[in-house]
Design a protein around this ligand. Structure first.
Ligand SMILES: [Fe+2]
Ligand SMILES: [Fe+2]
Length: 467
Protein backbone atom coordinates (compact mmCIF):
# COMPACT_ATOMS: atom_id res chain seq x y z
CA UNK A 1 0.00 0.00 0.00
CA UNK A 2 1.33 3.42 -0.96
CA UNK A 3 2.02 5.99 1.75
CA UNK A 4 -0.12 8.58 -0.08
CA UNK A 5 -3.10 6.18 0.06
CA UNK A 6 -2.69 5.89 3.83
CA UNK A 7 -2.58 9.67 4.23
CA UNK A 8 -5.72 9.95 2.06
CA UNK A 9 -7.49 7.58 4.45
CA UNK A 10 -6.36 9.66 7.41
CA UNK A 11 -7.61 12.84 5.75
CA UNK A 12 -10.95 11.17 4.97
CA UNK A 13 -11.24 10.18 8.63
CA UNK A 14 -10.71 13.80 9.74
CA UNK A 15 -13.18 16.61 9.06
CA UNK A 16 -12.67 18.39 5.75
CA UNK A 17 -10.91 21.70 6.47
CA UNK A 18 -11.92 23.43 3.27
CA UNK A 19 -9.18 25.43 1.57
CA UNK A 20 -6.77 24.32 4.31
CA UNK A 21 -3.33 25.90 4.16
CA UNK A 22 -1.41 25.09 7.26
CA UNK A 23 1.30 22.97 8.79
CA UNK A 24 -0.32 19.59 8.11
CA UNK A 25 1.61 18.24 5.11
CA UNK A 26 4.51 16.04 4.08
CA UNK A 27 7.78 17.21 5.61
CA UNK A 28 10.13 14.89 3.75
CA UNK A 29 10.35 11.71 1.67
CA UNK A 30 8.47 10.24 -1.27
CA UNK A 31 4.81 9.45 -0.46
CA UNK A 32 4.45 7.37 -3.63
CA UNK A 33 6.59 4.58 -2.16
CA UNK A 34 5.15 1.44 -0.58
CA UNK A 35 4.60 1.74 3.19
CA UNK A 36 6.66 -0.73 5.23
CA UNK A 37 5.31 0.33 8.62
CA UNK A 38 3.88 3.32 10.45
CA UNK A 39 5.17 5.01 13.58
CA UNK A 40 3.15 7.58 15.51
CA UNK A 41 4.97 9.99 17.81
CA UNK A 42 4.47 13.41 19.31
CA UNK A 43 7.63 14.73 17.64
CA UNK A 44 10.07 13.18 15.16
CA UNK A 45 13.09 13.38 17.43
CA UNK A 46 16.32 11.68 16.41
CA UNK A 47 15.50 8.94 18.93
CA UNK A 48 12.07 8.38 17.38
CA UNK A 49 13.50 8.29 13.84
CA UNK A 50 16.15 5.75 14.87
CA UNK A 51 13.46 3.59 16.47
CA UNK A 52 11.36 3.79 13.31
CA UNK A 53 14.40 2.63 11.31
CA UNK A 54 14.85 -0.32 13.70
CA UNK A 55 11.15 -1.17 13.24
CA UNK A 56 11.54 -0.92 9.46
CA UNK A 57 8.76 1.70 9.35
CA UNK A 58 9.06 4.34 6.64
CA UNK A 59 6.07 6.54 7.58
CA UNK A 60 6.12 8.76 10.65
CA UNK A 61 2.84 10.42 11.60
CA UNK A 62 3.69 13.21 14.04
CA UNK A 63 1.93 16.07 15.73
CA UNK A 64 4.73 18.58 16.18
CA UNK A 65 7.36 20.16 13.90
CA UNK A 66 10.22 18.29 12.29
CA UNK A 67 12.48 21.26 11.59
CA UNK A 68 12.02 23.65 14.50
CA UNK A 69 9.61 26.32 13.22
CA UNK A 70 5.91 26.73 13.90
CA UNK A 71 4.66 26.21 10.35
CA UNK A 72 7.53 23.79 9.77
CA UNK A 73 7.68 24.29 6.02
CA UNK A 74 9.77 21.55 4.48
CA UNK A 75 13.29 22.65 3.62
CA UNK A 76 15.47 24.82 5.78
CA UNK A 77 15.08 28.46 4.85
CA UNK A 78 17.29 30.41 7.24
CA UNK A 79 20.42 32.09 5.92
CA UNK A 80 22.94 30.19 7.99
CA UNK A 81 24.15 26.63 7.76
CA UNK A 82 22.52 24.33 10.27
CA UNK A 83 24.47 21.19 11.03
CA UNK A 84 21.73 19.64 13.19
CA UNK A 85 19.10 20.16 10.51
CA UNK A 86 21.43 18.74 7.87
CA UNK A 87 22.29 15.64 9.87
CA UNK A 88 18.64 14.97 10.68
CA UNK A 89 17.62 15.49 7.07
CA UNK A 90 20.34 13.09 5.93
CA UNK A 91 19.23 10.42 8.40
CA UNK A 92 15.68 10.71 7.06
CA UNK A 93 16.81 10.70 3.41
CA UNK A 94 19.23 7.77 3.86
CA UNK A 95 16.37 5.60 5.12
CA UNK A 96 13.64 6.91 2.81
CA UNK A 97 11.49 8.09 5.71
CA UNK A 98 8.31 10.06 4.99
CA UNK A 99 7.03 12.40 7.70
CA UNK A 100 3.40 13.46 7.68
CA UNK A 101 2.35 16.08 10.21
CA UNK A 102 -1.15 15.82 11.62
CA UNK A 103 -1.68 18.78 13.89
CA UNK A 104 -4.61 21.00 12.91
CA UNK A 105 -6.70 18.13 11.59
CA UNK A 106 -6.23 16.12 14.74
CA UNK A 107 -7.32 19.07 16.86
CA UNK A 108 -10.25 19.79 14.53
CA UNK A 109 -11.44 16.19 14.84
CA UNK A 110 -14.58 15.58 16.87
CA UNK A 111 -13.71 14.69 19.57
CA UNK A 112 -10.28 16.41 19.49
CA UNK A 113 -7.82 13.58 18.77
CA UNK A 114 -5.17 14.81 21.17
CA UNK A 115 -7.46 15.45 24.14
CA UNK A 116 -9.22 12.17 23.50
CA UNK A 117 -5.88 10.39 23.97
CA UNK A 118 -5.09 12.36 27.10
CA UNK A 119 -8.47 11.48 28.61
CA UNK A 120 -8.26 7.81 27.65
CA UNK A 121 -4.74 7.23 28.87
CA UNK A 122 -5.17 9.13 32.13
CA UNK A 123 -8.40 7.21 32.79
CA UNK A 124 -10.24 10.52 33.19
CA UNK A 125 -12.62 10.14 30.27
CA UNK A 126 -15.68 9.25 32.40
CA UNK A 127 -15.23 12.46 34.43
CA UNK A 128 -14.46 14.86 31.58
CA UNK A 129 -16.51 17.48 29.80
CA UNK A 130 -15.40 19.87 27.05
CA UNK A 131 -15.91 23.64 27.39
CA UNK A 132 -15.44 26.49 24.96
CA UNK A 133 -14.12 29.57 26.71
CA UNK A 134 -16.12 32.75 26.62
CA UNK A 135 -13.03 34.99 26.28
CA UNK A 136 -11.64 33.16 23.26
CA UNK A 137 -8.47 31.11 23.06
CA UNK A 138 -8.32 27.36 23.43
CA UNK A 139 -11.12 25.00 24.28
CA UNK A 140 -10.45 22.94 27.37
CA UNK A 141 -11.69 20.11 29.53
CA UNK A 142 -13.03 19.96 33.04
CA UNK A 143 -12.33 16.83 35.02
CA UNK A 144 -14.57 16.33 38.04
CA UNK A 145 -12.70 13.71 40.04
CA UNK A 146 -14.98 11.12 41.64
CA UNK A 147 -13.00 11.46 44.87
CA UNK A 148 -10.75 14.33 45.92
CA UNK A 149 -7.02 13.77 45.44
CA UNK A 150 -4.08 15.82 46.65
CA UNK A 151 -1.97 17.88 44.25
CA UNK A 152 0.85 15.39 44.75
CA UNK A 153 -1.42 12.41 44.00
CA UNK A 154 -2.59 14.04 40.77
CA UNK A 155 1.05 14.69 39.80
CA UNK A 156 2.05 11.10 40.62
CA UNK A 157 -0.85 9.76 38.57
CA UNK A 158 0.07 11.91 35.56
CA UNK A 159 3.77 11.08 35.74
CA UNK A 160 2.88 7.39 35.80
CA UNK A 161 0.32 7.68 32.97
CA UNK A 162 2.73 9.57 30.73
CA UNK A 163 6.06 8.07 31.84
CA UNK A 164 7.79 11.13 33.24
CA UNK A 165 10.74 11.65 35.58
CA UNK A 166 9.37 14.67 37.43
CA UNK A 167 7.29 17.76 36.94
CA UNK A 168 7.00 21.33 38.17
CA UNK A 169 4.04 22.38 40.25
CA UNK A 170 2.70 25.54 41.81
CA UNK A 171 0.67 25.20 45.00
CA UNK A 172 0.78 23.04 48.11
CA UNK A 173 1.33 19.28 47.59
CA UNK A 174 -1.30 18.29 50.16
CA UNK A 175 -4.10 20.59 49.04
CA UNK A 176 -7.24 18.80 47.89
CA UNK A 177 -8.18 18.73 44.21
CA UNK A 178 -11.70 18.05 43.04
CA UNK A 179 -11.96 19.89 39.76
CA UNK A 180 -9.15 19.95 37.20
CA UNK A 181 -9.08 21.96 33.98
CA UNK A 182 -6.86 20.74 31.15
CA UNK A 183 -6.23 24.03 29.38
CA UNK A 184 -4.28 25.40 26.42
CA UNK A 185 -1.08 27.37 26.30
CA UNK A 186 -0.71 30.30 28.68
CA UNK A 187 0.20 32.75 25.95
CA UNK A 188 -0.71 36.29 26.94
CA UNK A 189 -2.94 36.37 23.90
CA UNK A 190 -4.05 33.99 21.22
CA UNK A 191 -3.15 35.07 17.69
CA UNK A 192 -3.46 38.75 18.59
CA UNK A 193 -0.92 40.88 20.36
CA UNK A 194 -3.16 42.99 22.58
CA UNK A 195 -6.68 41.80 21.99
CA UNK A 196 -9.55 43.77 23.44
CA UNK A 197 -13.19 43.01 23.90
CA UNK A 198 -15.83 45.41 22.55
CA UNK A 199 -15.91 47.13 25.96
CA UNK A 200 -12.14 47.73 25.83
CA UNK A 201 -11.28 45.15 28.50
CA UNK A 202 -8.48 42.65 27.79
CA UNK A 203 -9.52 39.50 26.02
CA UNK A 204 -6.53 37.49 27.11
CA UNK A 205 -6.91 33.77 27.52
CA UNK A 206 -5.43 34.10 31.01
CA UNK A 207 -8.49 36.16 32.04
CA UNK A 208 -10.66 33.20 31.11
CA UNK A 209 -8.58 30.87 33.25
CA UNK A 210 -8.45 33.27 36.18
CA UNK A 211 -12.25 33.57 36.08
CA UNK A 212 -12.53 29.79 36.28
CA UNK A 213 -10.00 29.50 39.10
CA UNK A 214 -12.06 32.13 40.92
CA UNK A 215 -15.01 29.77 40.61
CA UNK A 216 -14.41 26.11 41.36
CA UNK A 217 -11.41 24.94 39.32
CA UNK A 218 -8.77 23.74 41.82
CA UNK A 219 -5.95 22.80 39.47
CA UNK A 220 -4.97 23.61 35.91
CA UNK A 221 -2.84 21.54 33.54
CA UNK A 222 -1.60 23.98 30.91
CA UNK A 223 0.28 23.46 27.65
CA UNK A 224 3.15 25.93 27.31
CA UNK A 225 3.58 28.15 30.33
CA UNK A 226 4.68 31.72 30.91
CA UNK A 227 5.04 33.19 34.36
CA UNK A 228 3.52 36.62 34.11
CA UNK A 229 -0.23 36.06 33.71
CA UNK A 230 -2.30 33.28 35.22
CA UNK A 231 0.66 31.74 37.07
CA UNK A 232 1.31 35.03 38.87
CA UNK A 233 -2.35 35.07 39.85
CA UNK A 234 -2.02 31.48 41.10
CA UNK A 235 1.10 32.26 43.12
CA UNK A 236 -0.75 35.10 44.86
CA UNK A 237 -3.81 32.92 45.41
CA UNK A 238 -1.69 30.21 47.05
CA UNK A 239 0.17 32.69 49.23
CA UNK A 240 -3.19 34.11 50.32
CA UNK A 241 -4.12 30.62 51.50
CA UNK A 242 -6.37 29.49 48.62
CA UNK A 243 -6.27 25.83 47.60
CA UNK A 244 -5.32 26.36 43.96
CA UNK A 245 -2.59 24.68 41.96
CA UNK A 246 -0.94 24.12 38.59
CA UNK A 247 1.04 21.16 37.34
CA UNK A 248 3.35 21.84 34.44
CA UNK A 249 3.97 18.61 32.57
CA UNK A 250 5.43 20.22 29.47
CA UNK A 251 3.41 20.61 26.27
CA UNK A 252 4.85 17.64 24.36
CA UNK A 253 4.82 15.37 27.38
CA UNK A 254 1.06 15.39 27.78
CA UNK A 255 0.09 15.79 24.11
CA UNK A 256 2.09 12.59 23.53
CA UNK A 257 -0.90 10.65 24.89
CA UNK A 258 -2.83 11.92 21.87
CA UNK A 259 -0.29 10.26 19.59
CA UNK A 260 -0.46 7.07 21.60
CA UNK A 261 -4.19 7.14 20.85
CA UNK A 262 -3.43 7.90 17.16
CA UNK A 263 -1.82 4.47 16.99
CA UNK A 264 -5.22 2.97 17.96
CA UNK A 265 -7.32 4.73 15.33
CA UNK A 266 -4.73 4.53 12.53
CA UNK A 267 -4.46 0.76 13.15
CA UNK A 268 -8.21 0.52 12.52
CA UNK A 269 -8.07 2.73 9.44
CA UNK A 270 -5.09 0.89 7.96
CA UNK A 271 -5.26 -2.75 9.10
CA UNK A 272 -2.89 -3.72 6.24
CA UNK A 273 0.15 -2.09 7.85
CA UNK A 274 1.74 -2.44 11.30
CA UNK A 275 1.39 0.72 13.40
CA UNK A 276 3.62 1.38 16.43
CA UNK A 277 3.53 4.23 18.91
CA UNK A 278 7.04 5.37 19.81
CA UNK A 279 7.32 7.57 22.92
CA UNK A 280 9.74 10.45 22.42
CA UNK A 281 10.51 10.24 26.15
CA UNK A 282 10.25 12.96 28.75
CA UNK A 283 11.17 16.23 27.04
CA UNK A 284 12.96 17.34 30.20
CA UNK A 285 15.42 16.11 32.76
CA UNK A 286 15.06 17.50 36.27
CA UNK A 287 17.86 18.90 38.38
CA UNK A 288 17.09 19.13 42.06
CA UNK A 289 19.01 21.62 44.12
CA UNK A 290 20.76 19.09 46.27
CA UNK A 291 22.87 21.65 48.11
CA UNK A 292 20.09 21.71 50.67
CA UNK A 293 19.76 18.32 52.33
CA UNK A 294 15.98 18.63 52.54
CA UNK A 295 15.20 18.83 48.82
CA UNK A 296 14.76 15.10 48.32
CA UNK A 297 12.07 13.25 50.20
CA UNK A 298 12.47 9.77 51.62
CA UNK A 299 10.15 7.55 49.59
CA UNK A 300 10.42 4.86 52.25
CA UNK A 301 9.09 7.12 54.98
CA UNK A 302 6.41 8.55 52.68
CA UNK A 303 5.25 5.04 52.03
CA UNK A 304 4.88 4.30 55.73
CA UNK A 305 3.59 7.68 56.91
CA UNK A 306 1.20 10.27 55.63
CA UNK A 307 2.66 13.75 56.01
CA UNK A 308 0.00 16.47 56.09
CA UNK A 309 -1.45 19.41 57.99
CA UNK A 310 -3.15 18.53 61.26
CA UNK A 311 -6.94 18.19 61.33
CA UNK A 312 -7.41 20.48 64.33
CA UNK A 313 -10.92 19.38 65.29
CA UNK A 314 -10.09 15.71 65.59
CA UNK A 315 -6.34 15.56 66.19
CA UNK A 316 -5.36 18.50 68.42
CA UNK A 317 -5.92 16.47 71.62
CA UNK A 318 -3.76 13.62 70.31
CA UNK A 319 -0.96 16.07 69.50
CA UNK A 320 -1.23 17.65 72.96
CA UNK A 321 -0.81 14.22 74.55
CA UNK A 322 2.25 13.44 72.44
CA UNK A 323 3.82 16.73 73.57
CA UNK A 324 3.49 15.59 77.20
CA UNK A 325 5.18 12.28 76.37
CA UNK A 326 8.04 13.82 74.38
CA UNK A 327 9.10 16.66 76.66
CA UNK A 328 9.72 16.97 80.40
CA UNK A 329 7.02 18.98 82.22
CA UNK A 330 9.01 22.24 82.30
CA UNK A 331 9.62 22.16 78.54
CA UNK A 332 6.32 20.76 77.25
CA UNK A 333 3.70 23.18 76.02
CA UNK A 334 0.41 22.92 77.86
CA UNK A 335 -2.54 21.00 76.44
CA UNK A 336 -4.48 24.24 76.16
CA UNK A 337 -1.73 26.01 74.21
CA UNK A 338 -1.18 23.06 71.87
CA UNK A 339 -4.87 22.90 70.98
CA UNK A 340 -5.06 26.63 70.51
CA UNK A 341 -2.02 26.54 68.23
CA UNK A 342 -3.34 23.64 66.12
CA UNK A 343 -6.56 25.59 65.59
CA UNK A 344 -4.88 28.91 64.83
CA UNK A 345 -2.34 27.56 62.36
CA UNK A 346 -3.20 24.04 61.13
CA UNK A 347 -1.12 24.47 57.95
CA UNK A 348 1.92 25.10 60.12
CA UNK A 349 1.27 21.99 62.18
CA UNK A 350 2.74 19.17 60.10
CA UNK A 351 1.88 15.69 61.31
CA UNK A 352 3.14 12.23 60.33
CA UNK A 353 0.38 9.62 60.49
CA UNK A 354 1.26 5.92 60.65
CA UNK A 355 -0.69 4.59 57.65
CA UNK A 356 -1.06 1.16 59.23
CA UNK A 357 -2.65 2.26 62.50
CA UNK A 358 -3.96 5.74 61.61
CA UNK A 359 -2.14 6.98 64.74
CA UNK A 360 -0.08 10.12 64.87
CA UNK A 361 3.61 9.17 65.12
CA UNK A 362 4.99 12.67 65.42
CA UNK A 363 4.71 16.27 64.34
CA UNK A 364 6.51 19.55 63.85
CA UNK A 365 4.65 22.74 64.54
CA UNK A 366 5.31 26.45 64.36
CA UNK A 367 3.82 29.89 63.79
CA UNK A 368 4.58 32.34 60.99
CA UNK A 369 5.80 35.86 61.64
CA UNK A 370 7.85 38.66 60.14
CA UNK A 371 9.95 38.69 63.33
CA UNK A 372 13.56 37.53 63.04
CA UNK A 373 14.29 36.45 66.62
CA UNK A 374 12.75 33.78 68.74
CA UNK A 375 10.37 35.00 71.48
CA UNK A 376 8.92 32.76 74.20
CA UNK A 377 5.53 34.48 73.88
CA UNK A 378 4.95 32.43 70.72
CA UNK A 379 4.76 29.29 72.90
CA UNK A 380 1.76 30.63 74.77
CA UNK A 381 0.03 33.06 72.42
CA UNK A 382 -1.13 31.63 69.08
CA UNK A 383 -2.66 34.96 68.15
CA UNK A 384 0.87 36.16 67.31
CA UNK A 385 0.60 33.94 64.21
CA UNK A 386 0.64 35.92 60.98
CA UNK A 387 0.06 33.46 58.17
CA UNK A 388 1.67 35.85 55.68
CA UNK A 389 4.80 36.16 57.83
CA UNK A 390 8.07 35.64 55.99
CA UNK A 391 9.55 33.33 58.67
CA UNK A 392 8.33 30.44 60.79
CA UNK A 393 9.24 30.05 64.45
CA UNK A 394 9.32 26.30 65.09
CA UNK A 395 7.80 25.47 68.46
CA UNK A 396 8.23 21.74 68.77
CA UNK A 397 9.46 18.62 67.02
CA UNK A 398 7.87 15.55 68.60
CA UNK A 399 8.30 11.90 67.69
CA UNK A 400 6.77 9.21 69.91
CA UNK A 401 9.47 6.93 71.43
CA UNK A 402 8.33 3.86 69.49
CA UNK A 403 8.80 5.75 66.19
CA UNK A 404 12.29 7.07 66.87
CA UNK A 405 15.63 6.14 65.23
CA UNK A 406 14.30 5.78 61.69
CA UNK A 407 14.67 9.36 60.44
CA UNK A 408 11.08 10.42 61.05
CA UNK A 409 12.04 13.62 62.91
CA UNK A 410 14.43 14.54 60.11
CA UNK A 411 11.80 13.91 57.45
CA UNK A 412 9.28 16.08 59.35
CA UNK A 413 11.84 18.90 59.33
CA UNK A 414 12.67 18.34 55.66
CA UNK A 415 9.03 18.16 54.60
CA UNK A 416 8.37 21.35 56.54
CA UNK A 417 11.27 23.00 54.66
CA UNK A 418 9.93 21.82 51.30
CA UNK A 419 6.40 23.03 52.03
CA UNK A 420 7.45 26.44 53.26
CA UNK A 421 10.08 26.94 50.57
CA UNK A 422 7.42 26.31 47.92
CA UNK A 423 5.34 29.05 49.53
CA UNK A 424 8.17 31.56 49.46
CA UNK A 425 8.92 31.53 53.19
CA UNK A 426 12.43 32.80 53.94
CA UNK A 427 13.59 31.14 57.16
CA UNK A 428 12.70 28.60 59.81
CA UNK A 429 13.91 29.56 63.28
CA UNK A 430 14.06 27.32 66.35
CA UNK A 431 15.63 27.00 69.75
CA UNK A 432 17.21 23.85 71.11
CA UNK A 433 19.31 22.61 73.99
CA UNK A 434 23.07 22.03 73.55
CA UNK A 435 22.56 18.31 73.05
CA UNK A 436 20.50 18.84 69.90
CA UNK A 437 22.74 21.38 68.12
CA UNK A 438 24.62 18.78 66.12
CA UNK A 439 21.43 17.09 65.00
CA UNK A 440 19.95 20.33 63.68
CA UNK A 441 23.27 21.25 62.05
CA UNK A 442 23.08 17.99 60.15
CA UNK A 443 19.58 18.97 59.02
CA UNK A 444 21.07 22.19 57.59
CA UNK A 445 20.39 24.67 60.44
CA UNK A 446 22.98 27.25 61.54
CA UNK A 447 23.76 27.79 65.22
CA UNK A 448 23.27 31.47 66.06
CA UNK A 449 24.50 31.20 69.67
CA UNK A 450 22.50 31.68 72.84
CA UNK A 451 18.89 32.73 72.40
CA UNK A 452 16.90 35.22 74.48
CA UNK A 453 14.56 32.33 75.31
CA UNK A 454 14.34 31.21 78.93
CA UNK A 455 11.58 28.68 78.31
CA UNK A 456 11.32 26.11 81.11
CA UNK A 457 14.19 27.81 82.95
CA UNK A 458 16.77 26.41 80.49
CA UNK A 459 19.49 27.99 78.33
CA UNK A 460 18.59 27.63 74.63
CA UNK A 461 20.55 27.96 71.42
CA UNK A 462 18.91 29.77 68.55
CA UNK A 463 19.26 28.17 65.11
CA UNK A 464 17.88 28.97 61.71
CA UNK A 465 17.74 27.60 58.18
CA UNK A 466 17.33 29.65 55.03
CA UNK A 467 14.91 28.21 52.52
FE1 LIG B 1 1.08 20.94 20.43
FE1 LIG C 1 -1.50 19.96 19.82
Amino acid sequence: MKISEIIDRILDYHPDLEGYQGCDEYKCGDPEQKCTGIVTAISPTIGVIRQAIRLNANLLVVHEPTFYTTMDEPGWFEDFSNSVYEEKNKLLADHGIVIWRDHDHMHAHQPDGIFEGVLRYTGWKPYARAVMPEYGGFGHFYIDLPEPKTVREVADHLMRSIGMNGCRYLGRPDDPVRKIAIVGHLYPAFNEHTPKRADGKPKEYSVQLISELEKDVDLILPGETIDWTVLSYLKDAVELGRCKAMISLGHFNWEALGMKYAKDWISELVPEVKVTYVPAGDMFGYFLNEEQPWTKRSEQLFERYEFRSIHPDTEAEEAAEIEQICFPPNEACSRHHMIERAKAAPDFFLVAIDKETGKMAGFLNGLATDEEKFRDEFFTDASLHDERGKNVLLLGLDVLPEYRLQGLGRELVYEYCRREQALGREKLILTCLDAKIRMYEKFGFKDLGLSASVWGGEAWHEMDIEL
